[in-house]
Design a protein around this ligand. Structure first.
Ligand code: N01
Length: 540
């Protein structure tokens, strides 16, 4: 696309930021407007939005409630923006991010249509050389990745896909013009958060929708609604309190996990609490008891409640049994929320296929074949997730000191300090990298904290007349141990096939990637590191 940006004629920067989603926009604002750095964002898409620029599949909507899915750094921004629904859809999130980019005049320092394909650290110059797909090289003292955790599509390597005569799409690379399912036989592979959002919408117009389920999943109704004027007014009036909750709890949402155990109440009270949470809907369901993710027996009470709901909604007993045959603790995989997902299986044009029992063997020119049967299809939708967390970083082909590839440093899984830095890669910061709370937190909260920490760190270097910050092997070893400890006190590692563990991508090392100790604790750890003179980092 034509480059209208005068700043982009320059090739030397103080900081280069990769990605123009929530993270890249705020990092640019911090470095440019607060520190006065010459900073530029490189963005593969032709607009802002990051993950939300690409994820435009039917039903794509944020699972965090809109009043929590904001930046919180500016009271004015918070007060002037009004969300229209309880959960913002993908288009509204892009409108919000465009509003932010325009309000703070960010676009003039974003190079759109620019995909980064390489980044190499030049030790003598203490600079990063960043290569773009178009063959350009830009350099900067600091390189900051803002590439998101779920931005590298995972399309399983089914044999025969290239022979398919219909159309196929991955939900994370959805055509901007949309897809018309009218009268089509559609196959949807995957029943994670995405498949669960997409299925009911596709079923509305498709001639037939076949959902191919490998792992059955829990889901809680979203109960999305347009926001009332009263609610909008309440949000504005309570901005400070909402922000305080988001910044002090474990998950960055605008609610607290209740401080009660599942065993503090009688079975009848427990059932009533679950019913109330089900009626309210949304991610808050997992906040009913503090021990849902800590105590398997407590988790079983929530799991059984949710499985019973599936059995009560889905009329065909065999389909209900297959949907409720869930093999992992509730919320050990990222818990989806939905609009009529289970009820969709009561439609006459929807069927469910168990591909755990009879795996998909190949895609044929006319459809899909499992071990047991052939399914003629016009369209295949891959809701098969992402090469999460490490995928977007490794795709950048980053090379640190002595040309060491990040892929080599992370051969056995991601190792870093605070999710922010890797030894051997000076002045490289990874916003919401593996080893940080990221995907276990409401993302904008995790992003703001990282962008601000990085900004403070760079400001500190400049104030001290220093040029380089790099973590150490010892700090990384200590942090990796803490990430494992934090995961192991929860039930999270019990979902063996979870993308949190990298298990969804064949051959990927099985390492529990996000930091599960909670956002509040993580924030305190980062503050303590700073207070101790950047403990675990070498500044030179
Ligand atoms: O991906 P997933 P997703 N054969 O990896 C199946 C966020 N998100 O895009 O579980 C057959 O969760 C796979 O089966 P299994 C959210 O954090 C947020 O749904 O591996 N099936 C699974 O059912 C979420 O967690 C929002 O056995 C195969 C599905 O595909 C994350 O994105 C909305 C297969 C993939 O599920 C990812 O969600 C949507 C194969 N070879 C998503 N390979 C909002 O907040 C994979 N599957 C808006």
């Amino acid at each position: 696309m034509p480059d209208m940006n005068p700043a982009s004629a320059s090739r030397e920067f103080d900081a280069l930021i990769v990605g123009a989603g929530f993270a890249g926009l705020y990092q640019l604002l911090c470095l440019r407007d607060r520190l006065g750095l010459k900073a530029q964002v490189l963005e593969a898409g032709d607009g802002v939005g990051g993950t939300w620029y690409w994820n435009r599949y039917p039903g794509a909507r944020c699972d965090s409630e809109s009043h929590a899915y904001n930046y919180t750094f500016s009271k004015e921004l918070f007060e002037e923006w009004e969300w229209t629904e309880r959960y913002p859809d993908h288009a509204e999130i892009r409108r919000y991010l465009n509003h932010v980019a325009d309000r703070f005049d960010l676009k003039k320092d974003i190079r759109f249509g620019t995909r980064v394909v390489g980044a190499r650290y030049d030790e003598a110059a203490n600079r990063w050389s960043v290569t773009t797909e178009a063959g350009e090289t830009l350099t900067a003292q600091f390189l900051i990745t803002a590439v998101g955790c779920l931005s590298t599509a995972n399309v399983p390597k089914f044999p025969g896909l290239e022979s398919f005569q219909g159309d196929w799409y991955h939900t994370g690379q959805w055509p901007h013009e949309g897809v018309d399912f009218t009268g089509k036989r559609v196959g949807l592979i995957g029943t994670g958060s995405t498949g669960i959002q997409a299925a009911p919408v596709i079923a509305e117009t498709a001639a037939h929708l076949t959902v191919f389920q490998r792992t059955a999943n829990y889901s809680v109704p979203a109960h999305n609604v347009p926001l009332s004027p009263e609610f909008k007014a309440w949000v504005k009036e309570n901005h400070a309190e909402i922000r305080r909750i988001m910044h002090t709890n474990t998950n960055g949402q605008a609610f607290f996990i209740e401080d009660r155990s599942a065993w503090d109440v009688t079975p009848e009270q427990r059932q009533a609490l679950y019913e109330a949470a089900w009626a309210k809907g949304g991610l808050q369901f997992r906040g009913v008891f503090r021990d849902i993710l800590l105590d398997k027996a407590a988790n079983d009470t929530a799991a059984e409640f949710l499985k019973n709901k599936i059995r009560s909604i889905v009329k065909d007993p065999a389909t209900a049994a297959l949907l409720a045959d869930i093999d992992h603790p509730y919320a050990a995989k990222r818990p989806p929320i939905d609009t009529d997902y289970f009820a969709t299986f009561n439609r006459s044009n929807v069927s469910l296929v168990n591909v755990r029992a009879a795996p998909i063997e190949r895609i044929t020119p006319t459809g899909l074949r499992t071990r047991d049967a052939e399914y003629p299809l016009d369209i295949i939708v891959f809701a098969t997730g992402f090469d999460a967390m490490t995928g977007p970083l490794l795709k950048l082909n980053i090379e640190g000191r002595s040309g060491q590839p990040l892929a080599k440093a992370w051969e056995a899984g991601p190792r870093n300090y605070l999710g922010l830095q890797v030894a051997g890669f000076p002045n490289l910061f990874t916003i919401t990298g593996p080893g940080s709370p990221s995907v276990l937190c409401n993302m904008p909260v995790a992003i703001e904290q990282h962008a601000e920490w990085i900004t403070d760190c760079i400001a500190h270097l400049r104030a001290k007349g220093l040029a380089r910050v790099e973590t150490t092997e010892a700090a990384m070893a200590d942090w990796v141990a803490k990430v494992n400890e934090a995961a192991n006190v929860t039930l999270l590692p019990q979902a063996h096939h979870s993308w949190y563990l990298g298990a969804n991508v064949p051959g990927k090392p099985r390492v529990f990637m996000p930091y599960a100790g909670g956002m509040a604790r993580y924030r305190a750890i980062c503050e303590s590191v700073t207070a101790k003179g950047y403990e675990g980092f070498v500044l030179s």
